[in-house]
Design a protein around this ligand. Structure first.
Ligand SMILES: [Zn+2]
Length: 200
């Protein structure tokens, strides 16, 4: 019997043949918790990004989840969306997590996007370095557009003429993803898509 990762009630297991064959992992949150998350709509092309997939909207359940996962650092919670992420990222494209600035990673002690991908068993490569610590939150649109580059390509990394998928936890203004896509395309990527867990 499984326990829900969010509320700890036991999950009624109705073993399907897929689960028995190990083809499909049983959900690790219960129906009640699962219903509280709200689906988001995907978006087609957004200037430099060729496609954006956003899985969920920002609601109260998601806020609770993020608080527990990111700030209380309950790494087990990376599993909550593992199945969902695996469905969307089973692809031959190169998966690139949006990196944290090293100083920020020290404060937080773990990189949540990497943890989400690890938990979903999705192979990824870090090809970007975060080079700018400016926070996006308070900026006007004009200020965001005038910002210095946020990322550079890691040293000794070759960007191939293929499809890259950037992965981040939250899509707010899209500035971060656009900056990342721009450096990748300048370095030779043919197509850059993005997937984020949440659309703010
Ligand atoms: Zn639950």
């Amino acid at each position: 019997m499984n326990e829900c990762l969010l509320c700890a009630q036991s999950i009624a297991s109705t073993p399907s043949w897929q689960a028995l064959l190990g083809l499909r992992k049983q959900s690790n949150i219960c129906q009640d918790c699962s219903k509280k998350f709200q689906r988001a709509d995907n978006k087609d092309k957004c200037d430099v990004l060729d496609h954006i997939t956003t899985l969920y909207s920002y609601n109260e359940a998601m806020l609770d989840y993020l608080h527990q996962f990111k700030f209380l650092q309950d790494i087990r919670l990376a599993d909550v969306f593992a199945h969902e992420l695996r469905n969307h990222l089973s692809t031959s494209a190169i998966i690139v997590p949006i990196p944290m600035h090293p100083e920020k990673k020290i404060q937080r002690t773990f990189a949540q996007v990497d943890e989400l991908l690890k938990s979903a068993r999705i192979p990824y490569t870090h090809v970007l370095d975060k080079i700018n610590l400016e926070a996006m939150g308070e900026k006007t649109k004009a200020q965001r557009q005038a910002m210095k580059p946020l990322f550079s390509i890691k040293e000794e990394t070759i960007i191939r003429p293929s499809t890259y998928i950037l992965v981040d936890d939250i899509y707010t203004t899209g500035t971060t993803l656009r900056h990342a896509a721009t450096v990748l395309k300048q370095a030779g990527a043919t197509r850059v898509e993005a997937l984020t867990l949440i659309r703010a």
